[in-house]
Ligand binder design. Sequence first.
Ligand SMILES: C[S@@+](CC[C@H](N)C(=O)[O-])C[C@H]1O[C@@H](n2cnc3c(N)ncnc32)[C@H](O)[C@@H]1O
Ligand code: SF4
Length: 357
Amino acid sequence: MLGLYVHIPFCKKKCFYCDFVSIEYLEEIVNNYLKALQAESLKYKNEKVDTVYIGGGTPSVLSIVQLEKLISIIKTNFNVSNIQEFTIELNPESTTKEKLEFLYKSNISRISFGLQSIFDDNLNILGRLHNYEKFKNAYYYAKEIGFININVDLIYGIPNQTLQNWTDTLKEVINLDSQHISLYPLTVETNTLFYKKNVEPNTDLQAKMYTLACKILKENNFKHYEISNWAKEKKYSKHNKLYWQNQEYIGLGTSAASYYKRYRYKNNTNVLKYIENIFNNKNIVIEKEYITDELYKKENIMLGLRLSEGVDIEYFKDKRDILNKYVMDKMLVIINNKVKFTEQALFVSNTIISDLL
Ligand SMILES: C[S@@+](CC[C@H](N)C(=O)[O-])C[C@H]1O[C@@H](n2cnc3c(N)ncnc32)[C@H](O)[C@@H]1O
Ligand code: SF4
């Protein structure tokens, strides 16, 4: 399997918590960015890809003409004849009926909505531009025209959010009858307005919210297949699973990461510099690392433990003592030669993973 990720680094406005690479939408810059993506694609002429994921930033901020250009760049430069999944991320405020119809006609098979909360006061605190009504209009129209694989992103631990608010959010989202839900604890990164304002998430409350979500989603037939992801009817994200299974992918665009022919790369994180360098035939790669067998083993542990299917015990040969300790502490279990997290360990998984590397 080989994935293709395309980064669209444009948003209408920066959310107060976000440190993803994105700048304000300006038509002319986007048009130049698309030309740069076309040029970068030539490096991979006709490579066969199994999944495509257009993420951001805000891909839905592009006009239909720009979306058409973007999809055509992907379809003409890569072999998509056997593609298994084609996802695009959408923000409710910039998703129109016309864009949804266009995406459906273009064979986009999966959409991912950034909802974050069903409460408008939470959305205002986060600096989001949509309200719940706007999301519902976009979501139900997407279902009406035929999308059957829709993800909804939520954030928990928003300032002032209570356990009751979180329970109501989860129940409401379950009633929307989507096939996939991603839940992220609010993190405050440097370079964000939340950081400047000293917003500090309450991690104890977030841990309670996570445990509650695991319970409520399980009762409603969602399978918890990855630390932050739940799906019904086996509608797992094929593209994201490919990352966690340590398979290769090509990343196009500014700040995009690739894992290709055993090398990991990262592209320039400055949007204008990325465009300029492509236009002047200059290097756009800012990091490049060969993945040795030893690194590959470590990555398999780090990424694979995120999945409920777990990691082959053979990867832990020289870590048996630490592994046994966590098994005794009921943080890890070994079932059919696969090492997996127990549910209580999932929220603190990062610490355990770093101990095992
Ligand atoms: C990078 S965003 C891109 C999608 C889209 N622009 C949006 O905001 O809905 C992908 C998802 O990451 C999550 N996310 C981004 N920054 C976060 C943060 N600081 N803490 C928690 N979740 C975050 C949000 O749930 C968001 O929907
Ligand atoms: S959270 Fe999404 S919409 Fe908000 S600034 Fe970040 S990428 Fe843009």
